[in-house]
Design a protein. Structure first.
Length: 316
């Protein structure tokens, strides 16, 4: 299969590109710029510089592919700038869909987020659960999903929207700059300050999906691509509180460095935990089975190793 991946210099895009290469797929990795370490990581892929917001540039690029995986949508940081968030998620997605149509690429997967259902989830979450976006980040991805659904309904493309939960895993390139993500932010602070700070009560629950399982799920969707527009929750069976994640980081730190650290709880909200479960039933129908050998503990250890090797932290 020949796969074009946008945002291939990013956290998810670089990992997914490497995974597809290892599976034997032909990969066209695209990004506005490539870090030197990304170029090394993706040897064997065709690298093209592509800005999803530059329509003139997009009209001049011609590629052959079986499918586009569009990961270059607005993350939570970009979404804090309202104009940039809407522009990247809505207009950027529409530009990529038009690019697919012009280049006769029949299928496109658009990356969304589990936060289209809300930030504090409760109960059982399925793809049929009502959307309840509570911030610009969730809303921006609703726009990108709506464009994907529109192009499928108009018969222009076969499209899918995927809604990952909190993604974590091994950092493969020096382009990574998302140190607001859990558990990476806890690991970095542990090395810098010898402690972990939680700016809330730590009781809020989040679902965590490993990059390896996300990539395996994507592979199943690509091999069993639906005829009509579909949404898939890319989640896991691992739902934990922020405090529980911090405790896990603390345990791994102690194992690696034979030293203990403190966890500071600097908030009182939320006062109770939001218990929820993300259904994997629809994903499993595509052939996906969760690989539980990629644990939170093992990946936290890899994040610590990355920080030590790259020295991307201050001394404490």
């Amino acid at each position: 299969m020949k796969i074009l991946i946008t945002g291939a210099n990013g956290f998810i895009g670089s990992y997914l590109s490497k995974y597809c290469l290892q599976k034997g797929d032909m990969v066209i990795a695209s990004s506005r710029t490539f870090h030197e370490s990304t170029k090394v990581l993706l040897r064997g892929a065709s690298l093209i510089q592509l800005d999803v917001l530059n329509k003139t540039e997009l009209e001049q690029i011609h590629v052959e592919a079986d499918v586009i995986i569009h990961t270059a949508t607005a993350n939570d940081v970009v979404s804090k700038d309202t104009l940039n968030g809407i522009t990247l998620s809505a207009l950027g997605t529409r530009n990529i869909l038009d690019f697919a149509v012009r280049n006769k690429i029949p299928r496109c997967v658009v990356f969304s987020t589990l936060q289209v259902y809300g930030t504090e989830l409760n109960g059982k979450i399925t793809e049929e659960s009502p959307l309840h976006y509570q911030n610009d980040y969730g809303l921006n991805h609703v726009f990108s999903e709506m464009y994907a659904e529109l192009y499928a309904r108009q018969g222009k493309l076969h499209t899918v929207a995927v809604r990952p939960s909190n993604v974590y895993g091994r950092i493969l390139t020096g382009s990574f700059n998302r140190w607001n993500l859990v558990p990476g932010c806890f690991c970095k602070e542990a090395l810098e300050n010898g402690m972990i700070t939680i700016k809330s009560s730590g009781k809020q629950m989040r679902n965590f999906v490993n990059l390896q399982n996300l990539s395996r799920a994507m592979d199943c969707i690509l091999r069993n691509f639906p005829e009509h527009f579909e949404c898939y929750n890319l989640a896991s069976s691992q739902t934990l509180s922020m405090k529980a994640v911090a405790e896990t980081v603390k345990q791994v730190y102690q194992k690696l460095y034979d030293s203990t650290i403190q966890i500071a709880i600097n908030g009182s909200e939320p006062q109770t935990s939001n218990y929820f479960e993300v259904s994997l039933e629809k994903l499993e129908k595509s052939g996906f089975t969760e690989d539980k050998s990629f644990t939170l503990e093992s990946e936290i250890e890899q994040i610590f190793n990355y920080l030590n090797q790259t020295k991307r932290y201050g001394s404490h």
